[in-house]
Design a protein around this ligand. Structure first.
Ligand code: NAG
Length: 370
């Protein structure tokens, strides 16, 4: 008789332990951490947080996801600009104010934390966030977050995406960041970050995008950067950097865009940079580069953007540009170039603006005859 009962119970036990909707009830401590997080924020237009009620935070709470194997909160994804019906249907972008509660740090299974494009979320990044050892994605883009990047950011050994762009973050790039060995995307653009790029920044061997433009970063480009074999996009534009640019940047295997414009870089433009076969976007405008433009272009040169304007470059317009596979936008204005602009592609499709304000350039597309 007893045996009979056990056999009947077995399928029921299996259902209870395996069926996700039954096992996925959130823990009371995760739930209370989420409610603290919610209470420090306010969002009027879309009612994002109106769904955050009831005991089971793993079911029906907008933007909250759980790991079914452990029944713990693994993701918070709140985006003020998205195609999601809740936000998109209202026809206006999201607006959220308030702060990021340190109670977030109790969600110690969190692997993705996205509070993006809400325009008015302010206050600091809670430093305890660096204890969230499962964190892979940290995205606070498009808010008014201030204070510093937590110095112990290097503790986040699983972090792959760090996006803090378009905020009001100040202070340095913490040197510990070079310990985040799996970091793939780093976007700190448009903040008030100062100090120098850590010398061993090049240890970030998985990094494919490093966007640090529009800050107050000073110092030189660390030579270690050229060891970053996966780096495709490097943006250091609109900072206060100076010094020579390492020629080895031209030997990086997948570098395709390099923005160094509007800094205080000086010296010659290295041959290797202009010869780099994968580089298709290069903006060196508004620096202090001098000397001639290396005449090293060839059939493997393919530039959608080549902007060398507003420097102190001398000599002639490189003749080898006529052998390039493609040159789209070219700007050599505001330098000290001289002599005849070569004939043929790409010069036949360019406008005079590309060559204005030089010392003694002549020939098409300028009106000045040679
Ligand atoms: C290159 O950089 C300069 C200076 O920051 C900027 O004004 C210009 O628009 C950039 N060029 C292009 C084509 O984006």
């Amino acid at each position: 008789m007893a045996l009979h009962h056990h056999l009947l119970l077995l399928p029921l036990l299996l259902i209870l332990t395996v069926h996700p909707s039954l096992s996925l009830s959130c823990t009371p401590s995760d739930r209370s951490a989420l409610l603290s997080f919610k209470s420090a924020l306010s969002e009027q237009f879309h009612g994002v947080f109106s769904t955050w009620t009831g005991p089971n935070c793993c079911s029906g709470w907008y933007g909250v996801s759980c790991d079914p194997t452990v029944g713990r909160v693994a993701g918070i994804s709140l985006r003020g600009e998205t195609e999601d019906p809740l936000i998109a249907a209202s026809g206006r972008p999201g607006l959220m104010s308030g702060r990021l509660s340190p109670d977030l740090c109790r969600l110690d299974r969190l692997s993705s934390l996205i509070v993006a494009d809400w325009k008015q979320v302010s206050g600091p990044i809670p430093p305890c966030i660096t204890s969230l050892r499962y964190l892979r994605i940290l995205d606070f883009v498009g808010n008014q977050i201030s204070g510093q990047i937590p110095p112990s950011i290097g503790n986040l050994r699983r972090l792959a995406v760090l996006n803090l762009a378009d905020n009001r973050i100040s202070g340095p790039i913490p040197p510990s960041i070079v310990n985040v060995a799996g970091l793939m995307h780093l976007n700190l653009a448009n903040n008030q970050i100062s100090g120098e790029i850590p010398p061993d920044f090049g240890n970030l061997r998985m990094l494919s995008r490093a966007l640090l433009g529009k800050n107050q970063i000073s110092g030189q480009i660390p030579g270690s950067v050229s060891k970053m074999a996966r780096l495709a996009d490097l943006d250091l534009s609109n900072n206060r950097m100076s010094g020579w640019i390492p020629g080895s940047l031209g030997q990086m295997p997948v570098l395709s865009s390099l923005y160094l414009d509007n800094n205080g870089f000086s010296g010659r433009i290295p041959d290797n940079i202009l010869k780099s076969p994968g580089l298709s976007i290069l903006n060196l405008s508004t620096n202090k580069f001098d000397g001639p433009i290396p005449d090293v272009f060839g059939p493997r040169s393919y530039y959608t953007l080549l902007d060398l304007s507003n420097n102190a470059l001398t000599g002639h317009v490189p003749r080898t540009l006529t052998s390039a596979a493609y040159v789209g936008h070219l700007d050599m204005s505001r330098n000290h170039l001289c002599g005849q602009i070569p004939n043929g592609a790409p010069f036949d499709h360019l406008e005079a603006a590309s060559f204005l304000s030089n010392d003694c350039l002549c020939g098409w597309p300028l009106t000045r005859k040679c």
